[in-house]
Design a protein around this ligand. Structure first.
Ligand code: AN7
Length: 390
């Protein structure tokens, strides 16, 4: 094929190519028309309607999961990271840094690789899921395993950023929440309105804050030329901007061993199988409390056993494999639906924040004896295995 024809085909195919959320929502994000987006095509994730679980629990509810595990690095962190790295590069930064329970470090490492800048990540030694560790290393981040937890790492990152030329890309970087708010835009576009309830896992509490900002902006449906970004104002403890009707009730679920919102303040030694949310001192504590207050929502907690049970339920009955932290949203929602706290007839969206493949160890530990048979390589053994399991 002549090369001119070949090029023409590429240009034609690009006309409809999805190029990520900065391009898609440029007019509602803090970027200019010419800002170069550092993107891996993040966002635009499926909103999957659960078909079996409502029947199993015997309740007349519509439950959707927003499957954030299908982002390029396998978690919702890509939404915030495309914005944070886009702005860091625009501002001339040559290096980014974060503390992380794993997913933020994977996203930071990938977007830094894409941008051609350096990423430094601090992770708690021995407490991050294997997939996330593999990602940070493959994307070429300088990875520091600290003998301490996420909260220790976060404190160190804030201190060192004053002493070294690095941009913090944890969610205290305001561009992170700007990127993450787009999840709510997509949900409102898909449903034609906001859900009645939005349930999600809470760790550092940036995501629940970003969801609320996004819902407020999307539901207010402001004209382009008068668009006002919604942000949390720490001094007044209020969200700025419009106060539209039709916003969802926001519900945040924590792991019992790492539940500062249920204890009323920081927790010293957080512990949970859901390592992504093994956080005792959330950076967006006041923001998230304001979200729950303004939306008439609540926080609740789940035992590790409940989290794992929900993870398995979602995999086995809906084919949606998420990491343990993500399952807290669905586990909590199911419990509150069963209890009548979430009424029948409601439309509920649960954010499932990370892909199940991130943490194969925890998954395999739960299931091996139940579904893994070891047999001889004979027709008889294969046939017997099928017939005895029909
Ligand atoms: C799968 O990667 O904090 O409440 O350092 O990875 O916005 O913190 C991860 C958090 C939920 C909690 N689900 O979100 C990190 C990190 C998954 C996560 C959360 C995280 P936030």
């Amino acid at each position: 094929m002549p090369s001119s024809t070949h090029n023409w085909n590429i240009i034609m195919s690009n006309a409809n190519r999805y190029t990520g959320l900065v391009d898609r929502y440029r007019d509602r994000l803090p970027v200019s028309a010419t800002t170069r987006a550092i993107s891996l095509g993040e966002g635009n994730t499926p909103l999957i309607k659960l078909e079996n679980i409502p029947r199993i629990i015997g309740k007349d509810v519509e439950i959707y999961v927003k499957y954030e595990g299908l982002n390029p690095t396998g978690s919702f962190k890509d939404r915030g990271m495309t914005m944070a790295v886009t702005k860091a590069v625009e501002e001339g930064s040559k290096a980014i840094i974060c503390a992380s329970t794993g997913n933020t470090s994977a996203a930071a490492a990938a977007y830094a690789a894409r941008a051609g800048i350096k990423a430094f990540v601090l992770i708690p030694e021995g407490k991050i899921a294997m997939g996330k560790m593999a990602q940070a290393m493959m994307y070429g981040a300088i990875t520091m395993q600290i003998r301490g937890n996420f909260d220790d790492g976060m404190r160190l990152v804030k201190e060192v950023a004053d002493q070294a030329p690095v941009t913090i890309v944890n969610s205290i970087n305001p561009y992170r929440l700007q990127g993450q708010k787009t999840i709510a835009y997509e949900i409102v576009e898909a449903l034609g309105r906001a859900p009645d309830y939005h349930c999600l896992p809470v760790g550092n509490a940036g995501n629940i804050t970003a969801h609320w900002m996004g819902y407020t902006e999307a539901v207010a449906n402001q004209p382009k030329d008068q668009f006002e970004q919604v942000i949390y104002d720490a001094e007044t403890d209020q969200f700025t901007g419009p106060k539209p009707a039709g916003l969802p009730i926001m519900v945040g679920y924590q792991a019992s061993g790492a539940a500062p919102f249920l204890r009323g303040g920081p927790v010293a030694n957080p512990e949970t199988v859901a390592t992504a949310i093994r956080i005792g001192n959330p950076q967006s504590f006041n923001h998230a409390k304001a979200v729950v207050r303004d939306s008439n929502g609540w926080f609740d907690e789940l035992q590790d056993s409940e989290i794992l049970e929900a993870q398995r339920l979602l995999s086995m009955y809906e084919g949606v494999f998420v990491e343990p932290a993500s399952a807290a949203s669905i586990g909590g929602a199911i419990r509150d639906i069963k209890a009548g706290k979430i009424a029948e007839g409601s439309v509920i969206v649960c954010t499932v924040t990370g892909n199940g493949l991130k943490d194969p160890d925890t998954a395999i530990k739960q299931c091996s004896d139940a579904v893994m048979l070891t047999i001889d390589a004979t027709m008889n053994d294969v046939k017997t295995s099928i017939l005895s399991n029909m």
